[in-house]
Design a protein around this ligand. Structure first.
Ligand code: NAD
Length: 750
């Protein structure tokens, strides 16, 4: 069990339960919490039915409210979430930039409406007459606006600003909620630093700086909330939990810690050192934590009737986003205990509240619908900062430095495992904006796999930039051909359920002497298997055929828009990735509108789109869309199924650079930032196709190849229409006519 968890992070069983808890907590926050605030209560009072109190307290604890529950939450999340994530990052499966940009994006959706309201309050506080009298009766809010006045002092202002005390100055729930958002932000920063420190130890300084900031805030604390001290304490515990998980056998340590905590709790409460409510809350928190760990240990699956509740987790951020502004407004009304309700003052309140809600609502809807754009933008800025410049959503290609003097020294280092390249980030342009210099490790010819650069995907994983397609190779021959491919240096193999050779590829890979981490396998979902449940089953069949526990890249083969199932199919891929059964997920043959739809509806961007791409069909606008989303382009039929090899203009370039036509075309793919997966069953051609790293194309060569693009250059079917025939056939129960069959099969076989 320990091995499994260390390998994949939180187990699927536990992750289902945690999702349910998160979903319920979000509902609790909005419903119970608002109700509770209106009646100025903190926990259900004695007058409540005991059963309600118990349920309420559990929800309260799960949603991390109350000082004791916050403590439990930090212990729990450090141990159960931070720890596994740290392990994943240590194994290169979680990319710090990806993590941080995704988290910040979610946070900003919540934060902006809340800040909008804060700003409205501030503006109103500066008005005379009606507004002034309104605000002065809400002293809390008015005081909080003092942050904007110079008299507070610059340091205090900065500290308060950093912890959102501007709007989190009282102990009321709305403010507490904003405080917890600030805490969440620092949690992300710390975790980002923690997982980045593995590659760049200098990030340890960032951790120290954050802790220093907490100390500074404590020193300058004017409001008496001891916010700095609290954060210092909570984050120390959290870091300890995460690191303890990563280095020590989890379950035993947890059990020991649990027993010690319960004993300590009992001792404190019996001596009257801990208030009754705090003891109860802490005990419930601990029992909840033990319950969660127990579920994980015993592998108790979430019952099917509770699965729907798990879906709530998806909406938790939206619920929070609505919740914070509402609570702040309730706070405004409740905080002063107003008695002076007149028609005029109520009208003023109502219009003020309405205005705030509309402003916050606009922010929320405008920004919520743009989260993926914002995430990509943030990620771009971060990668640029780390890599020291260059275009960002051009996939970061990583290779050796011998021919890359301009590559930044701070580049993240990746190599193809087991082939020993010296790595360096390389993402500078060579002339045209759409061009990219490929790392060229050796100046001489005769390059092998050691030279294939790695491409960083948007999920933090990476793939070799050159792979080997096995379409039209039958099971019987696969073993021999794949062995030849591996000898030639290929480490990325592209198959599909439809190619009928997953079993052959799996058997071939079992026979070679590479470690699992040294090669990557892509496979694709058959069109007929689209749909959530069918996809799950089809994935099992593919994984069994390939004899792999984890597939490196799983793609939806075609969108087949007429089936209208690609979104739910994409959800199934997301679930498979969540369960740790597939490392990266992507699509194939998706057009811009298909991409937009799956990203819009699920919030998850594919890592890869594998599309038909060769000199006669360059798909520039789709590649621009990829660039915007941070999707890596994979080129299928990169040699145009051999047709591109006859082009006299490319032959001229090949002759000038003493290369073959195939090499020039494949080099062009690499320099434009795509991953190419040529296919050949011939050992000499395999070697030729990977020997691409001793030369570069000039910008003139690029201009010549750019001129070969043709609107009618497509060889395969049009993805917008493909799939229609088969459905139609099914509906009318007819056998395909000959031309239909060949067209359909040709596409499916791909
Ligand atoms: P390709 O462009 O790789 O061309 C293959 C043809 O070119 C073969 O006939 C081969 O013998 C020939 N060739 C290869 N290297 C050569 C060389 N150096 N000199 C002369 N001839 C050479 O076309 P492809 O096989 O269609 O595509 C490659 C891979 O892409 C497939 O194996 C498959 O994995 C993938 N693919 C995916 C889809 C999809 O829908 N996702 C569709 C088609 C192909």
């Amino acid at each position: 069990m320990i091995g499994f968890r260390a390998e994949t992070g939180v187990s699927p069983v536990l992750s289902d339960w945690l999702d349910l808890a998160r979903g319920l907590a979000a509902v609790e926050v909005v419903a119970f919490h608002s109700y509770q605030l209106m009646f100025m209560e903190k926990l259900p009072s004695e007058s409540y039915d005991p059963a309600i109190r118990l349920v309420y307290s559990i929800l309260w604890t799960l949603s991390a409210h109350g000082p004791a529950a916050v403590l439990v939450f930090f212990v729990l999340s450090g141990y159960l979430v931070g720890g596994p994530a740290l392990v994943r990052s240590l194994r290169g499966r979680l990319h710090a930039v990806d993590y941080f940009s995704a988290r910040l994006t979610r946070l900003y959706v919540v934060l902006l409406p809340a800040l909008t309201i804060s700003f409205c309050v501030y503006i109103s506080a500066r008005q005379s007459a009606g507004w002034q009298s309104y605000v002065s009766s809400h002293q809390d809010v008015y005081n909080s606006a003092l942050i904007f006045h110079a008299s507070v002092g610059a340091t205090t202002a900065i500290c308060n600003g950093l912890f959102l005390q501007t709007i989190a100055c009282s102990e009321f729930a709305g403010n507490l909620a904003l405080w917890s958002l600030a805490a969440e932000f620092w949690y992300y920063v710390l975790f980002f630093a923690l997982i980045s420190a593995r590659r760049t130890p200098a990030y340890l300084l960032l951790i120290l700086a954050v802790f220093g900031l907490f100390g500074l805030a404590e020193y300058h604390d004017r409001s008496g909330t001891h916010i700095g001290m609290r954060l210092l304490f909570l984050f120390s515990i959290w870091c300890f939990g995460a690191i303890a998980y990563a280095v020590i056998a989890p379950i035993r340590v947890w059990c020991f810690g649990f027993l010690v905590s319960v004993a300590g709790l009992y001792a404190l409460a019996s001596k009257g050192l801990l208030p009754q409510w705090a003891a109860a809350s802490l005990a419930i928190g601990l029992v909840t934590a033990a319950f969660v760990v127990g579920i994980d240990y015993l592998r108790v699956s979430l019952p099917s009737w509770l699965r729907a509740g798990r879906e709530l987790a998806k909406f938790s951020f939206s619920l929070y986003a609505i919740h914070y502004p509402i609570l702040l407004l309730l706070n405004v009304t409740v905080a002063s205990g107003r008695q002076d309700f007149t028609l005029a003052s109520v009208g003023l309140d109502a219009s003020f509240i309405l205005f705030c809600l509309i402003a916050a609502g606009i922010f929320y809807f405008v920004f919520e619908s743009r989260t993926s754009v914002v995430r990509d933008w943030l990620k771009g800025i971060m990668l640029r900062g780390i890599a020291g410049g260059g275009r960002i959503f051009r996939p970061a290609v990583i290779g050796d430095s011998a021919r890359a003097p301009s590559a930044p020294a701070s580049g993240r280092a990746l190599t193809i495992p087991g082939v020993g390249a010296k790595p360096l980030l390389q993402s500078s342009n060579a002339g045209s904006p759409s061009m990219m210099r490929v790392a060229s490790p050796q100046a001489q010819h005769g390059s092998t796999a050691a030279n294939v650069p790695m491409v960083l995907l948007n999920d933090g994983h990476s793939l070799p930039q050159l792979g080997f397609g096995v379409w039209q190779i039958d099971n019987a021959n696969t073993s021999e051909i794949v062995a030849a491919g591996i000898n030639a240096g290929y480490r990325l193999f592209d198959t599909a359920a439809n190619y009928g050779n997953e079993a052959g590829l799996g058997a071939a890979l079992k026979r070679v002497s590479l470690r699992r981490s040294e090669y990557s396998v892509t496979t694709k979902l058959r069109n007929e298997d689209q749909g959530y449940e069918r996809t799950m089953r089809a994935f099992d069949a593919s994984a069994t055929g390939l004899q792999l526990d984890v597939i490196d890249l799983y793609l939806i083969h075609w969108p087949c828009p007429q089936r209208a199932t690609y979104v739910e199919t994409w959800r199934a891929l997301i679930e498979l990735q969540k369960q740790g059964r597939v490392r990266s997920i992507g699509v194939s043959n998706f057009m811009a509108d298909h991409l937009e739809r799956i990203v819009g509806e699920t919030g998850v961007t594919p890592a890869v789109n594998q599309i038909e791409l060769h000199p006669a069909f360059q798909q520039r606008s789709l590649r621009n869309v990829h660039e915007r989303y941070g999707i890596v382009t994979q080129a299928w039929s990169p040699l145009g199924q051999g047709r591109a090899l006859d082009d006299p203009r490319i032959r001229a370039i090949a002759e000038r650079s003493s290369r073959t036509v195939a090499q020039v075309i494949l080099r062009w793919h690499l320099e434009t930032g795509s991953i190419a997966i040529p296919k050949s069953a011939n050992a000499a051609r395999m070697a030729e196709n990977i020997d691409l790293f001793g030369f570069e194309l000039t910008s003139n060569d690029h201009a010549v190849i750019a001129g070969l693009d043709r609107p009618d250059g497509r060889i395969g079917p049009d993805p917008a229409a493909y799939g229609q025939m088969r459905i139609l056939r099914r509906l009318i129960g007819a056998r395909p006519r000959r031309w239909m069959r060949s067209r359909s099969c040709a596409a499916d076989e791909r």
